[in-house]
Write a protein that binds this ligand. Structure first.
Ligand SMILES: [Zn+2]
Length: 343
């Protein structure tokens, strides 16, 4: 498929920690992340006398210091009114508990994302660690990669803060009135189970979080607590549905990289990418394979631990998607571990 053309109206991102206006009444704030993907975009939406905050960055000293500086500087005259978190990943929800308490504001989230955050915070507990270790071994991961994945699972607890004990639930089809503007709530699956997106139809603004990104294919991963889940099926379902709900001419305000126009074309590209990956998985799996053995064949370049965890989860997502549709079959090997091969 030929590459689709995207337009980037803001050619460069703002300086870290320095909000800039990216659309009327919308500030774009960028915070750093200590990963290969080294930043997250946060948006501040004009909300009457203050600002609604969309996402938070991870829980680390640097992000807290930036927030303190932003609250004391650019936001000093107009205090935060509410916090909306799009999904459970730590770069989005990491400082939710801290920020809600610090600013005395309510947290707004979808129910599944609120509960999934609580679930992943449990992953630092011994029963979860043991269950995950067994799952990774069954998939054929070596000891070093297993340790890296366990570190990732346990690390979630420290990259996030305790969520407020109550929250304002939003769901697909709801409408949020923010500063007199009408934002439709849409939810998407695959990258996260009930990821929140906000569409302001009148102003042609689409706050897409991680559902659609300009340069990266959003990670779609199977997690150990749902080993047979089909997040890729969920993701492709959302990609198929969004063009019918969101006009192509919106300015997409994503959580990573630059804002862009060309939403529908980008969704077609992402679908095409996953079709090609399924084809590649089928080619690799002519013979029965442990799921972990597929990863280096699909991702031949050297990956750090964080990238390996994404690559492994994504490979499983493709395998599960194909198993569900009968494009692959699973069989037990002599050691009792599950192998998969193309049907
Ligand atoms: Zn995410």
């Amino acid at each position: 498929m030929p590459p689709e053309t995207l337009a980037f109206p803001a050619p460069a991102p703002p300086e870290l920690g320095q909000p800039v206006e990216v659309a009327p009444g919308i500030l774009w704030l960028r915070l750093a992340l200590p990963f290969a993907l080294n930043h997250v975009n946060i948006y501040l939406i004009e909300d009457g006398a203050g600002w609604a905050i969309l996402d938070t960055g991870i829980n680390d000293a640097r992000s807290r210091a930036w927030w303190e500086a932003v609250l004391a500087g650019p936001l000093a005259a107009r205090r935060p009114t509410r916090l909306i978190c799009t999904h459970f990943h730590p770069d989005h929800v990491g400082l939710a508990g801290w920020l809600a308490e610090r600013c005395g504001i309510e947290l707004t989230m979808s129910r599944t994302e609120y509960l999934t955050t609580q679930l992943h915070r449990r992953w630092a507990e011994p029963p979860e660690i043991d269950a995950h270790r067994a799952f990774y071994a069954d998939c054929g991961l070596d000891e070093a990669t297993t340790l890296a994945l366990l570190e990732r699972d346990i690390g979630y607890r420290w990259l996030t803060t305790d969520l407020p004990p109550s929250y304002h639930r939003i769901a697909d089809g709801d409408v949020l009135s923010i500063g007199g503007r009408r934002f439709e709530v849409l939810t998407g699956g695959g990258h996260a189970p009930e990821l929140v997106m906000l569409l302001c139809r009148a102003d042609k603004l689409f706050l897409a979080a991680d559902q659609v990104l300009a340069k990266i294919s959003p990670n779609v991963s199977v997690w150990p607590q749902e080993p047979a889940s089909d997040p890729l099926g969920d993701f492709l379902h959302t990609l198929a549905e969004l063009p019918m709900r969101v006009p192509d001419e919106v300015l997409v305000l994503p959580a990573h990289n630059l804002p862009f126009r060309g939403l529908h074309g980008r969704m077609r590209e992402l679908s095409g990418h996953h079709d090609a990956r399924c084809q590649a998985v089928a080619e690799v799996c002519a013979e029965p394979m442990l799921p972990a053995a597929i990863v280096p064949r699909l991702f031949p370049r050297k990956l750090d631990a964080h990238q390996t965890s994404f690559a492994f989860g994504e490979t499983l997502a493709h395998v599960n998607y194909m198993l569900r549709r009968g494009w692959m079959v699973a069989e037990a090997g002599a050691d009792g571990r599950r192998r998969v091969r193309a049907a």
